[in-house]
Design a protein around this ligand. Sequence first.
Ligand SMILES: [Zn+2]
Ligand SMILES: [Zn+2]
Length: 649
Amino acid sequence: MVPFFLIAQMDSIKFTIKPEGSTYSVDRGKTIASVLHELNLYPDAIAVKINSHSADLCTPLEQDVEVSLINASTAEGKEILRHSTSHVMAQAVLELYPGIKIAIGPSVENGFYYDFDYDHSFSPDDLETIENKMKEIVARDLPFKRIEVSREKAIQLFTDKMEPYKVALLNEITDATVSLYRQGEFIDLCRGPHVPSTGKIKAFKLTSIAGAYWRGDERNKMLQRIYGTAFPDESELQEYLKFIEEAKLRDHRKLGKELDLFSIYDEAGSGLIVYHPKGALLRRVLEDFEVKEHLKRGYQLVKGPQILRMDLWEKSGHIDNYRQFMYFTEVDGQKYGLKPMNCVAHMLIYKSRLRSYRDLPIRYFELGTVNRHEKSGVLHGLTRVREFTQDDAHILCTPDQLHQEISRVIDFIRDVMSIFQFDYEMELSTRPEKSIGTDGDWDRATTALRCALDNYHLSYDINEGEGAFYGPKIDVKLKDCLGRSWQCATIQCDFALPERFDLSYIGEDGLKHRPVMLHRVILGSMERFIGVLIEHYAGAFPTWLAPVQAIVLPIADRHFAHAEAVHKQLLEHDIRADIDLRNESLRLKIREAQLQKIPYMLVIGDREVENRGVSPRHRSGDDLKFMTVENFIEKIKILCSQELQIKTT
Ligand SMILES: [Zn+2]
Ligand SMILES: [Zn+2]
């Protein structure tokens, strides 16, 4: 006979809830959900974390365990909630449209999507139908059940269900066992975890439909992607939907068209930007600003060619590490690569002369246009393109100067971001799998970047394995006025390229030494930055940046002569001005100028002609009192220099 205390030991386990650390003795084999229910604890938990892995609440307890509970209101909880909602959406779609094929359905930032293969294209009305079906499934409160099966069995199951995309995914997996999740009749290949049942889904909305290539590859079939989002409660969902509405109004693709800034033409090629007059002018203003700020900080302007011979790309390591993003051409039997980065020509300039430690640091700056073959699935307006211009610089310095140079770049970024009123966050990215250079170099470079960040007392995240192939980097993510983050500045530390190009300088000791190199951009891609600026300012650029700063609006024919004289005077004084000489009503002219978000409208009527001046009206609706043209010019210039002042905190 087994003594009683031994039975107790065999049949119960220690269940500890972190972070409080309360420990309970519970029956072995029970699920976490049932234990929590009995203990009347954490009714809001939707999943659990065991040894830093998230898992389902229906996980059975087999041994002593420490868990922390995941609530739907946390970032992790929302991800699980949204992923579960994507399964419910797929179930709804399958119930409504039999024969449709399902692809993948992950949670993404702020929501989820699911890709479907269906011969009929979904319309916004369909979204409502699908939402209603989803509500039914939520009301059924179906439990999400995890099932582990062999890969072969799963392949058989999805073959029988005629789900080719699931079979394709399974064929890529090497694991012997895979997990499936079932709710009601719907079954999906999935790692999980999920909420305990569909009833836990409280507030969701399907937001849009888009085309998406299977696996993001344009050679594959185009699938239909339905996006949606889910939140722990209705009020949070409503707040988010309001945010999307605002984001839609600010969408740079929409505003780019309305403000006549740029277009993308299928016939020219996807991901290639064509700047219209106002867009080109906007860009030029930004470029002039950049050149000035760089010269002020001791950078030298340089310019390399668009195409360079293959041998150079082999030497730089691009052929081995970056080939899939490059464009190539061949002329007279000579192969060339279009530059995907600007570094190589800068190496040649450095090498063109013997360098001494007294010459260092050398800072080469180029507004360098590069071409990178991004997959068509990721292309998006100005923010993801195939040809873009970087405000790129390469700083060559002694190892001793490295720290100071990194700090100077961080200062530069801080100054520029203050002008555009962006908040930003920093991230440190470390060595990726595919990389060149020695362990020692990577350590030194990573330490240098880390120290600079620490010295600034800046908090930063670390992205393991996300560095460039030649070195670690600091990425700066700026936050726009809607709180969205965008990649802009980067600082990359590189010991490899100076080695590959055998760069050297003569040190104080009279011997040859190897310089260290920093690659860095401040705004990043001009295209992306302009896209972000359009959304950040909702197209109403500050006066210093506005492609048209003022428009002259004569009321009638008799005012044209004075209007033209004013226009001419503005242009002569470097004010970017336009004039509207159409025979249209003043109201219409003002409305259009307002829609164009031009900072100042100069209405010219009898009074202005008689007194030889202007009565400016700001786009905000403020009327300024009558003034001479000289006064107006002066006013704009003062305003612009105020806007361009660096705000230090
Ligand atoms: Zn899933
Ligand atoms: Zn570079």
